[in-house]
Design a binder for this molecule. Structure first.
Ligand code: NAI
Length: 334
């Protein structure tokens, strides 16, 4: 290995953490040329889980793994961090009001943003996995004034990958032949999975679907099956598996960071990044866009034509992000 990166994982004692740690230590995220120092952040109740994972990391004798530090102190966890995966959060429980949810997460992501601001490396890259991911990223960023807002992102790659999976099955093509699918907006049921610019083996996806199913059926499939199924896939996984998405979420987080650091090659992907006002998304919101990465920076794909149907779907999800921002602002969290 030529370089060493410090990677901090919060919620490291949880399910996604357990899945992520071993793959990062094996080099799947940063590649074979980068050794890793892992920092595992937990709350006191989660420390034993993280400590157990640390023992198993030791037992795996990963050639790229230089150190593992388990802590419940955010300052220590984010000291020198190059890549931060913020997985631990307070997801919505049954009957939980949105205000309570956002307040609980403000109590997590505010202090973590401050700790990142205080101790992170100058090239720090943050991806928020813990829900509500977009707004948690916004909160963390607001507490890290010295870190560019472009370094705080939220994960919608799982939604993107889910869309690829659905299209590959519908068209009977390998996922490698699919390009330029987009997830817009919030990582929530309002998200908009968009195939208007997507191609399969170089041909328009909508056209291919029409050939397979007929034009009307293709339209219906997109609006009534594809979009809601991708947007609600998390609930489907819980119903079938009896537990939320774990390995696929870890896969997506690894894909997100790998593409951010090493760049995208075949067309674009989706990530929630800070808006510059593109496509009518208010400046400063953390929203999912079509993005490419080059030189370690995400860029929003510009100049796409957006029809009325798509703009309405984008606006609807963005309205939810605006409401979340107003709510956390009213609570004094940003
Ligand atoms: P889990 O409950 O197994 O693990 C979460 C861990 O976070 C626990 O060990 C807990 O002790 C820890 N934690 C809680 N507050 C913390 C804090 N302040 N600092 C450090 N650690 C803290 O949950 P799982 O399955 O690992 O999921 C984690 C999160 O990821 C959930 O919020 C879930 O909704 C979200 N998620 C997001 C997806 C996405 O695509 N963006 C996909 C799947 C899950």
């Amino acid at each position: 290995a030529n370089t060493v990166a410090t990677v901090t994982i919060t919620g490291a004692g949880g399910q996604i953490g357990y899945n992520l740690l071993f793959r990062i230590a094996a080099g799947e995220m940063l590649g074979p040329d980068t050794a890793v120092r892992l920092k595992l952040l937990e709350i006191p109740q989660g420390m034993r889980g993280a400590e157990g994972a640390a023992l198993e990391l030791q037992d795996s004798a990963f050639p790229l793994l230089q150190a593992v530090d388990v802590t419940d102190d955010p300052r220590r966890a984010f000291d020198g961090v190059n890549v931060a995966l913020l997985v631990g959060s307070r997801p919505r429980g049954p009957g939980m009001e949105r205000g309570d949810l956002l307040a609980a997460n403000g109590g997590i992501f505010g202090p973590q943003g401050e700790a990142i601001n205080a101790g992170a490396a100058s090239d720090v890259r943050v991806v928020v996995v813990g829900n509500p991911a977009n707004t948690n990223a916004l909160i963390a960023s607001a507490h890290a004034p010295d870190v560019p807002a472009s370094r705080f992102t939220a994960l919608t790659r799982l939604d993107h990958n889910r869309a690829l999976g659905q299209l590959a099955a519908a068209l009977t093509v390998p996922v490698t032949q699919l390009r330029d699918v987009t997830i817009w907006g919030n990582h929530s049921a309002t998200q908009f999975p968009d195939v208007a610019h997507a191609t399969a083996a170089g041909r328009d996806v909508a056209e291919r679907l029409s050939e397979e199913m007929g034009a009307d059926a293709a339209q219906r499939w997109l609006a009534e099956e594809f979009i809601p199924r991708v947007a609600r896939r998390g609930a489907e996984i819980i119903e079938v598996r009896g537990s939320s998405s774990v390995a696929s979420a870890a896969t997506a987080a690894i894909d997100h960071v790998r593409d951010w650091v090493h760049g995208t090659t075949d067309g674009w992907t989706s990530a929630a990044i800070v808006s510059d006002g593109s496509y009518g998304v208010p400046d400063g919101l953390v929203s999912s866009f079509p993005v490419t990465s080059e030189g370690g920076e995400w860029a929003i794909v510009s100049g796409l034509s957006i029809d009325a149907f798509a703009q309405e779907r984008i606006d609807r999800s963005v309205a939810e992000l605006v409401e979340e921002r107003e709510a956390v602002s009213a609570l004094g969290l940003i």
